[in-house]
Design a protein around this ligand. Structure first.
Ligand SMILES: [Mg+2]
Length: 276
């Protein structure tokens, strides 16, 4: 009788353990599927950047506008301080779409470690039209300032990468990188640049490259602020297209119960919302 009790207990234990393992396996499969879906949504965005002639045309358009705007703004600028143009780096001057491919192929999301591994390869390429425009700015005697959310520890590799591509004025005092303890907000760094120079133009791929008002998007995702600032775009702010990532994406509403891809699908606006 005693043996029968032990045997039953053992069977029950084996059953519970195997059920737990099954649940764990299911959880892993679910996580992998979700991660794959999260990466899959990136494919079209990366393909557009890497393989559509339209993307290149958008970049040329941005830098052509920048040239006209710069000419006009220099004429109107106060002469009390030297003039400067402020550039963001990633997806404004440097193309990191190859890193996004790595994320897709490895079913991964961004991690600081994988980004570091990429940036240390020093093989980001230049955004179409970027090298020519930045050199044009420098040739006018206008200061070229780079404000980037790359970490200060990435400065050396970035300088080498940018020099190889032919960007001018790539020197420590013109590079304002992110101090980890201060975070990604660029307002303080822009203000520091503004103390020394009259900023005559800002070029970026993220609205937060232009103004602190875009740091927190709020419920309308920053759309109201962009509408208010519409006369600045193409005149004082020049924006490059980046469909792969950005604050626009992290500002979308999130339901903790849903996966990233489910939240993204939920944020889509279907015709049921517009055809009233
Ligand atoms: Mg950027």
């Amino acid at each position: 009788m005693k043996n029968l009790v032990y045997f039953s207990l053992l069977l029950a234990f084996v059953f519970v353990v195997s059920c737990k393992n099954e649940v764990k396996k299911e959880e892993v499969v679910k996580q992998e599927t979700t991660q794959e879906q999260n990466s899959d949504y990136l494919i079209n965005a990366v393909l557009w950047v890497q393989s559509s002639a339209e993307y290149r045309a958008c970049c040329y358009q941005a830098f052509n506008y920048a040239k006209i705007a710069l000419g006009n703004n220099l004429k109107a600028a106060k002469k009390d301080k030297p003039a400067a143009v402020v550039f963001d780096l990633d997806e404004t001057l440097l193309d990191n779409s190859y890193y996004e491919v790595y994320l897709i192929e490895n079913k991964m999301s961004y991690t600081p470690e994988s980004w570091k591994e990429w940036s240390e390869k020093e093989c980001a390429t230049a955004i179409p039209g970027a090298v020519e425009f930045v050199n044009y700015v420098s040739s006018l005697g206008v200061e070229v300032v780079y404000i980037s959310n790359r970490l200060e520890s990435e400065k050396e590799v970035t300088i080498r990468n940018m020099k190889k591509l032919g960007f001018p004025d790539v020197k420590d005092e013109n590079l304002y990188f992110m101090n980890e303890s201060k975070g990604s907000n660029k307002v303080e760094r822009r203000n520091a640049v503004g103390e020394k120079y009259n900023i005559v133009l800002l070029v970026g791929d993220n609205l937060a490259d232009f103004s602190g008002e875009y740091e927190k998007r709020g419920e309308d995702l920053g759309i109201g602020n962009v509408d208010n600032d519409k006369d600045l775009f193409g005149f004082y702010y020049v924006i490059l297209p980046n469909p792969m990532y950005g604050k626009w994406e992290s500002s979308l509403p999130k339901d903790k119960e849903l996966s990233t891809i489910e939240n993204k699908k939920k944020a889509l606006i279907g015709y049921d919302k517009v055809c009233k």
